[in-house]
Design a protein around this ligand. Structure first.
Ligand SMILES: [Zn+2]
Length: 274
């Protein structure tokens, strides 16, 4: 409902106008990705992220449910534990949190390799009863966003019919960002204000559902011989989407040789001013 829906025809037209040569590659890459992470959210994307963020924006990455174990909102147990009766990956925490922690840290590591200004936060306790405690993911994320940063919380969706699929749930503070738009292109999207506006998005924290914790995704993560590659593959997709959603740096790295200082970045116009 609402005026944002009227933007859809524009999006469709822009999609049709995309260069034909870009299509096969994008489609193949999307198929390869989805064979690991499963179906995308089929819910309607009723928002468009147009707000640009500077290339140097500090990105804070967190693992969903890292502060809510043993209480409501501890995350999904995953199909392997809940349906097949396998042991949890680690006693005392949900399998979702176990993988969220691994994925969030991998996103930060891969992002740093790509030159992103990106860091990781993990709460000091696994159970924090009050959402607004200053140590929770959402409180730290909210402060980070208020000071000009971008905050992302990594999740895995529920298995079976209660899960929806991969996709970004955009931050609701301030106009939607191009970074969230870029994540939507890579992973799919949920409607804005999903479930009445979840606690994270209402505080300015974007949530990313990597995929449902079942099937090929869960099997790849649980298989020690495939785990590392699966985590790296997913983390790279996230880091690439984050990088693509930020404004490009004004200068590229020095192409070659010594002393090739790109003009006009460090000093606005002249070095004379104070
Ligand atoms: Zn979750």
């Amino acid at each position: 409902m609402g005026r944002r829906l009227s933007l859809w025809p524009l999006v469709l037209v822009l999609g049709l106008l995309a260069p034909a040569s870009a299509q096969p590659l994008a489609t193949a890459s999307a198929r390869e990705s989805e064979s690991l992470t499963g179906p995308r959210s089929a819910l309607q994307k009723n928002w468009i992220g147009l707000r640009s963020l500077p290339a140097a924006t500090e990105i804070l990455v967190m693992a969903g449910h890292a502060d809510s174990q043993g209480i409501a909102g501890s995350g999904t147990a995953g199909a392997a534990v809940a349906l097949a009766g396998l042991a949890p990956m680690q006693p005392g925490i949900t399998d979702e949190l176990y993988w969220n922690l691994a994925l969030a840290q991998a996103v930060v590591a891969r992002g740093q390799l790509r030159g992103l200004n990106i860091r990781y936060y993990e709460p000091p306790l696994r159970t924090i009863h009050h959402q607004d405690d200053p140590r929770t993911n959402w409180s730290v994320g909210q402060r980070h966003v208020r000071s000009g940063g971008y905050a992302l919380e990594i999740h895995l969706d529920a298995y079976g019919s209660s899960g929806i699929g991969s996709g970004v749930i955009p931050a609701l503070r301030g106009p939607f960002t191009r970074v969230d738009e870029s994540l939507a292109a890579a992973f799919g999207a949920y409607p804005m204000g999903f479930r009445g506006g979840l606690g994270g998005p209402r505080r300015g924290v974007t949530l990313l559902e990597i995929g449902k914790l079942e099937g090929a995704l869960e099997a790849s993560l649980r298989d020690p011989s495939r785990r590392e590659a699966a985590i790296a593959f997913i983390a790279d997709r996230v880091a690439l989407a984050l990088a693509a959603g930020l404004d490009q740096p004004l200068v590229s790295p020095p192409p070659r040789g010594v002393g090739s200082v790109p003009p006009g970045r460090d000093r606005p116009a002249s070095s004379g001013g104070g």
